[in-house]
Write a protein that binds this ligand. Sequence first.
Ligand code: PLP
Length: 460
Amino acid sequence: MADSSRLLQLDCDHVWHPFTQMKHWRCADQLIIERGDGFYLIDTNGHRYIDGVSSLWCNVHGHNVPQINQAIRDQLDRIAHTTLLGLASPPSIELAGRLCHITPGSLNKVFYSDAGSTAVEISLKMAVGYWYHSGEPKKNRFIALQGAYHGDTVGAMSVGYSDLFHRPFESMAFTSTFVPVPNPCLVVHETPAGVWPSEQEALNQSLLDQCLNELAAALKRQAHQTAAIIVEPVMQGAAGMVCQPSGFIQGVAQLAREHDVLLIADEVATGFGRTGSMFACQHEEVEPDIICLAKGLTGGYLPLAATVCSDEIEQTFCGEIDDCRALYHGHTYTGNALACAAALASLDLFEQNDLINHINQSAVIVSDRLAALHDCPHVLDVRHRGLMIGIELGRHQNTAKPFEPAGQAASQICLAMRPKGLIVRPLGNVIVLMPIPAMDHTTLGHMLDIVVDTIINYPW
Ligand code: PLP
């Protein structure tokens, strides 16, 4: 067992953690995760916790899965990494073929990188480059959804907005146009007994129409200078687990086509089964022009991302050397061989374990167990698609009890789950649950029991 106090001291002395107020971090006793065992994380003191965030939304089959471990070891015995600049490698070739086969529509060319943010950056450059090389250099702007999160590099920040995350860096970003998303929680704070705002069909339909009309108006004004619309289909994750009513992504795709604007689907979070189909676009048979993949691509083992586009887009970058049309973009670890080997093993496991079917069965358990939260006065909405789940806390109009300042209740509740053996993380007032897709139903049920019990017994 590792020497926890020495490690903690070293951590406090030298590690700057992402998305973390380090002043507070250094005052608290932090967990150091040393090992993983299936759906559990094990800390340096030997305590076991259910991984309720899929290690930040990327783990798919569990930790220490023998088949993925073996695939990485086998590749390691051949070579760990070799560049894709001017050379090819078997695992990156095999994986590209598999990705083109499973992604929606006629996406057929894979550009690798190593994080969700880089996958998004590349998609933006592909879109602008496509129009530039097609003789329309003025089509270089983007339309995105309000509150969208597409990553933290400058381009990705520019097509998203989180006041908390991005305000100090706004001056670095380029200008994009943001259109509203049909989020019922923004307009309703009281619901009929037993029905969450996100389940109210009439409300969702009217919000859907309103939002698509606003997108149509924005496109009418500025399609001539718009390269692409970028969306997280079906569920906006980091925006607070905001579910889109059915028909939204199809409506967006149709408007993009009508106005001759590309559609980029950011499936960094929603891809690889999380919403109950391999890719969220497939729920509505939407075929984007570009799709961004990362997180679950390697089953959550190693950093790898892919931006997959149509032949038509890639063709505009083809020409003679002197034409300077090549996509001059790349990263040192682009298409890393170990990561590609892990991704291939992960895709095999999807098939062998009929994982999409399992996820849809798990989603029924989620609905059933979380229905118990209907009686909790400070639970404003519970929404999920597949195994992406948000429990929004707030103050119902029909309760006299005050609600704690933003974020506090959600983060206190998440911390209270730890001694019970569960790790989850909030996003503002939303408790986010992201069970590992392959999680067995007993562990999932146990996880949901901890969540419900902790929320109901919280001293509001
Ligand atoms: N896009 C979406 C939809 C995401 O949820 C995230 C991360 O949460 C990203 C992009 C950025 O991915 P990464 O953190 O790997 O850069």
